[in-house]
Design a protein around this ligand. Structure first.
Ligand code: ZN
Length: 72
């Protein structure tokens, strides 16, 4: 869903270019920080929503596995 195909973009030829796919998001501050290249930026509203949903899903998964396996 986050695939951005920008083949014409010359920045992709740069060895130092980092796509910043792996980043730490601070949803309280609304900041993201890439630990590969050290870049930090403000999260967009959509990125914030995604992060919040992500973290909520992770918590749900943790709760489900904590409950153990239940078969109806
Ligand atoms: Zn990066």
């Amino acid at each position: 869903m986050t695939d951005i195909e920008d083949d014409d973009d010359p920045i992709y030829d740069d060895d130092d270019f980092c796509d910043c796919e792996e980043y730490d998001a601070d949803i309280l501050e609304g900041r993201a920080h890439c630990y590969r290249c050290g870049r930090s930026w403000w999260l967009t509203d959509e990125q914030m929503r995604q992060e919040i949903r992500w973290q909520a899903e992770m918590m749900e998964c943790a709760e489900e596995s904590a409950e153990g396996t239940q078969n109806d």
